[in-house]
Design a protein around this ligand. Structure first.
Ligand SMILES: Nc1ncnc2c1ncn2[C@@H]1O[C@H](COS(=O)(=O)NC(=O)[C@@H](N)CS)[C@@H](O)[C@H]1O
Ligand SMILES: [Zn+2]
Length: 477
């Protein structure tokens, strides 16, 4: 990559800041010659790798990972009416193999229900086969007609983690939706990304689902980003794909299902929420390089400093950190700038004074400086990084809290959604939702809100004065 120079746009100009940081911090190259398809730079891929490592650890607690085929025969895809209606404008079709036309066109999976469920129908025979909980991390394809955006709205979703579970009863499936939301909450805690969970209105639920519960975060420009969803599928798909099981009395029953997904929007959230005017700020948990060592080389003691820096690198690597010793022939300030842009959480400086005092200077990405004893340096760094991660969580929570306003009238709501999320009383009717959306130029995002930053209450619907409860209204990505 060409060495970067010059300051980023200020983060308050979020859209420009976001577009520039993707290449300046070597996350994604947007120059691929197909709209909506982008290329991971290795540094960005390293963030994804660590983030999805956390996600897999959570999923592997009680799911099994596998991979289903990418291509779905039209005959299977077209079976579930509501699902088709929801996706027919977004599906890519493969119609030829080489020069010969395929007798059955093949869909590129937009999501994998119609690839997986015909196999579930073959695999599930008895209640002893249940519950079945599988997931895959694959690329999926959606011919998005809305504005595409790297990491946020892609036509090839490269990091689509989709779980598909099968249960004997509706209640067990409903409980699994709650398990999924718990996993997502833990995942985003690991990324230090605050979330608001809510139930999507019926007209926004996943095609073919009974209901959808979504995980949103609030981006720096006040718009919300849906960074995960969990769907209760009931027995809609099991009736369409004949997923039945013999119960303990030998009766054939239709199974009940859920599915839940996360994509690289999780990385968009990390980049957007923690970044600052100097570049990326990465939580240690997902930083491809956690520590960069910068030797402060002063004249004749050059070799001594380099030797000390090398020994420190060995020790830190031995302790399990991903560490980089930067011995490039550059001013220290230019090195600081380079690694700050890439979000490295901790810089450790080693100079002649430190050697004499048997200390090192640790500087976090957000500028907190600590002098550490060279002896016990691993413990010292661990506590500095732990505190750094906590500080990121707190700052992100506060930033979210500052973007949430409880509003009582349409006028107040119209004002509030320009900078963030409004919490209003809504009766739940589509008619009132449309009135609200028209009046405030934002979306009714969800009800049954779960967030420790929002106190849910009852009150008169701001559109009809009827019995209402708290609901989210916001502009969305
Ligand atoms: N075009 C897109 N680009 C990036 N991420 C997307 C895109 N479309 C959806 N997502 C993300 O993927 C998540 C799951 O997608 S979904 O349509 O809501 N749900 C499903 O596809 C279900 N089969 C659960 S896996 C969404 O919550 C959203 O965060
Ligand atoms: Zn109403």
């Amino acid at each position: 990559m060409d060495e970067d120079t010059g300051a980023l746009p200020r983060k308050e100009n979020f859209s420009e800041w976001y577009n520039e940081i993707l290449w300046r911090a070597e996350i994604m190259d947007v120059r691929y010659p197909v709209k909506g398809l982008y290329v991971w730079y290795p540094h960005g891929f390293g963030i994804r790798k660590r983030a999805y490592g956390i996600l897999r650890d959570l999923m592997d607690r009680d799911h099994a990972e596998t991979i289903f085929p990418l291509l779905i025969p039209k005959t299977e895809f077209m079976k579930e009416a509501e699902h088709i209606k929801g996706f027919e404008d977004e599906v890519y079709w493969v119609t030829h193999g080489g020069t010969s036309e395929l007798d059955v066109p093949l869909a590129l999976r937009p999501t994998s229900e119609t690839a997986i469920y015909p196999m579930y129908s073959l695999w599930i025979r008895s209640h002893t086969d249940l519950p079945l909980k599988l997931y895959q991390v694959v690329n999926t394809f959606r011919y998005e007609t809305k504005h595409t955006r790297p990491l946020i709205r892609l036509r090839e979703i490269t990091s689509f983690k989709e779980a598909h579970t099968v249960h004997a009863t509706w209640e067990e499936a409903a409980a699994q939706v709650e398990v999924a939301l718990g996993l997502y909450r833990e995942f985003y805690e690991g990324l230090r990304v605050p979330v608001i969970i809510s139930r999507r209105p019926a007209w926004d639920k996943f095609p073919g689902a009974d209901y959808t519960i979504a995980v949103d975060t609030i981006m720096p420009d006040g718009k919300t980003l849906q960074i995960g969803t969990a769907h209760m599928l009931g027995d809609h798909f099991s009736r369409t794909y004949e997923i039945t099981y013999e119960d303990a009395n030998g009766e054939r029953q239709y199974a009940y299902q859920t599915c839940y997904g996360i994509s690289e929007r999780s990385i968009a959230a990390v980049v957007s929420i923690h970044g600052d005017d100097k570049g990326l700020v990465l939580p240690p948990e997902v930083a491809p390089i956690e520590i960069v060592i910068v030797p402060i080389i002063v004249g004749k003691r050059r070799d001594e400093v380099l030797a000390a820096a090398g020994a420190l690198e060995e020790e830190l690597r031995g302790a399990g950190f991903t560490v980089r010793l930067d011995t490039r022939d550059m001013r220290p300030g230019a090195k600081y700038y380079h690694w700050e842009m890439r979000g490295v959480p901790l810089r450790v400086e080693v100079g002649p004074r430190d050697i004499d005092a048997n200390t090192v200077v640790a500087v976090t990405r957000t500028g907190k400086k600590t002098t550490l004893d060279r002896r016990g340096v691993v413990e010292g760094i661990n506590s500095v990084l732990r505190e750094f991660g906590e500080d990121l969580s707190q700052a992100a929570r506060q930033a979210m809290a500052d973007k949430i306003a409880v509003t009582k009238t349409l006028e107040e709501t119209a004002e509030a959604v320009k900078a963030g999320v409004a919490v209003v009383h809504w009766c739940g009717s589509q008619e009132c939702a449309e009135k609200i959306e028209a009046a405030v130029d934002a979306s009714v995002l969800g009800s049954e809100i779960r967030s420790d930053l929002i106190a849910v209450s009852d009150g008169p619907c701001i559109a009809c004065n009827g019995k209402g409860t708290s609901a989210l209204v916001a502009r969305t990505y």
